[in-house]
Ligand binder design. Structure first.
Ligand SMILES: C[S@@+](CC[C@H](N)C(=O)[O-])C[C@H]1O[C@@H](n2cnc3c(N)ncnc32)[C@H](O)[C@@H]1O
Length: 400
C-alpha cells in the first residue's frame, strides 16, 4: 500500500506576489527564510519549500504581498477544460462542507472573456467535487472566507492557487489610521532593503525620514532592525485550511527573532502635526517608540542628528493637478537642502514619477523603477559629496 507523505516531509510549490520592481529583494528575503528553487516572474516569485517554509514566509516576509500554494496547472482551451482541470484537484485535502469559500479569477482568453464567468466555473467545479464526496456543499463568503482560491489564466494555461496568507500581508496590524498617501508596509520594507538599511542598521547607522507621514519607513525599519516577525499581530489564511500542519506552525511560531541591531536609531519628522500624531500612535501600537525620535519640522531646517546613517523618504506625489507645482518645488528644495546640509550622506527618495524625480537636481548614484499600485515610480539614491553638481538637473527621462 502506498502511504501518504507525512506533512513535515512534503515539498510544496508556492508563489509569493509583490509590487513590481521588488522581485529581486523578495528573492533574497525568501532565500533567507528557507525557500528553495526560487524563480522570478513578473510581480511574483515561484518557490518550493516545506510546510514550515510556507508558514515562515507568511509570518516573517516583509516584502511579499501574498503567499499562494499551487494546487494545479493545466491547459484551458475552453470553459469545459477549466471546469475539468479544477474538478481534477483533490479538494477534500483543502476544505470540507463546513468551510466557507471565495474564488477569484484573473485573466481572460478568447473563450473565457469574462472573469466573473471564469470564477463561476471554478466555483462550480470545487463545489461539485466536495458535494460528490460529502453530499453537502461549502458556502460562499466573499468578505471573510475560510479558504480563498485564485485561478490565473495566462498563455492558455490555468493555475489554481490557494491563498495561504489570507488578508494581504501589508496588513500588519499596527496601522490604525492611514492618513493621506501612506506607503504600503510591504513596499516600504522592499524599498528599505534596496536602500541597504539592514546592513546600515547592523553597523550602528541611523535611519532618517524627514517627511515621515504616518511613519511607514520608520516602523518597518525599526521592526526590520529588531528582527521581529512582520505578521506577529495577525492571523493567516493557512490557519483555517484543513491541509495545515499544526506541528510545523508551532515550531515556526516559536522560532526566535534574530535582531540586526538591539538599539536601532531612527529619526522622523514631518511638517504636519496631524501626521506626527498618527506616527506617534503607530509607534506605540507597534511597540517601537523608544527607538524612534520624532519632531515636527520642515525638512529644510534639519541637520544630521548623528554621524552615520541613511535618509529614506517619500515626498508628496502631487497627484492632483494643482498639487504638482508644489510637489516639484518640494523636490527641488530637498535637493538644495541635501547639498548644503548633508555632506557625506546618502539619501534615497521614492518619487511618484520620473518628472518629479529629476527636480531634485542631483545626479543619482543608483536608480530603480517600481510600481506603487498602477503608478510607475522612481526610487533613487543621491550621495552628497563636496563635488556634487550644483543646480543642474541631471536626471533625464532616458536615464531610467
Ligand atoms: C507622500 S507623504 C509621505 C507618506 C509616508 N511615506 C507614509 O507612508 O505615510 C509626504 C509627506 O511629506 C510631508 N511634507 C511635505 N512638505 C514637507 C516639508 N517641507 N517638510 C517636512 N515634511 C513635508 C507631508 O506632510 C506628508 O506627510
Amino acid at each position: 500500500m502506498v502511504g501518504r507523505v507525512a506533512p513535515e516531509k512534503m515539498t510544496l510549490t508556492m508563489v509569493a506576489t509583490c509590487a513590481r520592481g521588488l522581485e529581486s529583494v523578495l528573492a533574497e528575503e525568501l532565500g533567507e527564510l528557507g525557500a528553495e528553487d526560487i524563480r522570478e516572474e513578473r510581480g511574483a516569485l515561484r518557490f518550493r519549500g516545506s510546510h514550515e517554509v510556507a508558514y515562515r514566509v507568511c509570518l516573517r516576509s516583509r516584502i511579499a504581498s501574498r503567499v499562494l500554494l499551487r494546487l494545479g496547472r493545466f491547459p484551458v482551451p475552453d470553459a469545459r477544460a477549466l471546469y475539468d482541470g479544477v474538478h481534477g484537484v483533490d479538494w477534500s485535502e483543502h476544505l470540507n462542507p463546513s468551510k466557507t469559500l471565495r474564488v477569484d479569477f484573473v485573466g481572460i482568453s478568447p473563450q473565457i472573456r469574462d472573469m466573473r464567468f471564469g470564477a463561476m466555473k471554478t466555483k462550480d467545479a470545487i463545489v461539485d467535487r466536495i458535494r460528490d464526496k460529502y453530499g453537502q456543499r461549502p458556502d460562499i463568503n466573499v468578505q471573510d472566507p475560510d479558504v480563498r482560491i485564485r485561478v490565473h489564466l495566462r498563455g492558455g494555461f490555468g493555475t489554481v492557487l490557494l491563498d495561504l496568507s489570507g488578508a494581504p500581508l501589508f496588513q500588519r496590524g499596527w496601522r490604525q489610521d492611514a492618513g493621506p498617501a501612506p506607503l504600503k508596509e510591504t513596499l516600504a520594507a522592499g524599498l528599505l532593503r534596496i536602500a541597504g538599511w539592514p546592513q546600515i542598521a547592523a553597523s550602528g547607522g541611523a535611519l532618517i525620514d524627514p517627511m515621515c507621514g504616518s511613519g511607514t519607513f520608520l516602523i518597518e525599519g525599526a521592526e526590520m532592525a529588531l528582527g521581529r516577525a512582520a505578521g506577529r499581530r495577525r492571523s493567516f489564511g493557512f490557519e483555517r485550511w484543513i491541509g495545515m500542519d499544526q506541528a510545523s506552525w508551532e515550531r515556526v511560531k516559536n522560532e526566535p527573532d534574530v535582531p540586526l541591531a538591539h538599539q536601532p536609531q531612527l529619526f522622523g519628522s514631518d511638517i504636519s502635526e496631524e501626521q506626527l500624531v498618527r506616527t506617534r500612535h503607530h509607534c506605540e501600537v507597534a511597540d517601537v517608540k523608544r527607538y524612534i525620535k520624532l519632531r515636527r519640522a520642515d525638512f529644510q531646517e534639519l541637520t544630521p542628528p548623528v554621524d552615520t546613517g541613511i535618509i529614506v523618504t517619500n515626498p508628496p506625489y502631487g497627484e492632483r493637478l494643482n498639487d504638482l507645482d508644489e510637489a516639484e518645488q518640494t523636490m527641488k528644495a530637498l535637493g538644495d537642502t541635501l547639498r548644503t546640509k548633508w555632506l557625506g550622506w546618502t539619501a534615497w527618495t521614492f518619487a511618484g514619477s520620473a518628472r518629479l524625480a529629476k527636480r531634485i537636481g542631483l545626479k543619482p548614484s543608483e536608480k530603480h523603477i517600481l510600481f506603487n499600485g498602477a503608478l510607475e515610480c522612481r526610487f533613487f539614491a543621491v550621495s552628497i559629496r563636496s563635488d556634487a553638481p550644483i543646480g543642474k538637473p541631471s536626471w533625464r527621462q532616458k536615464d531610467v
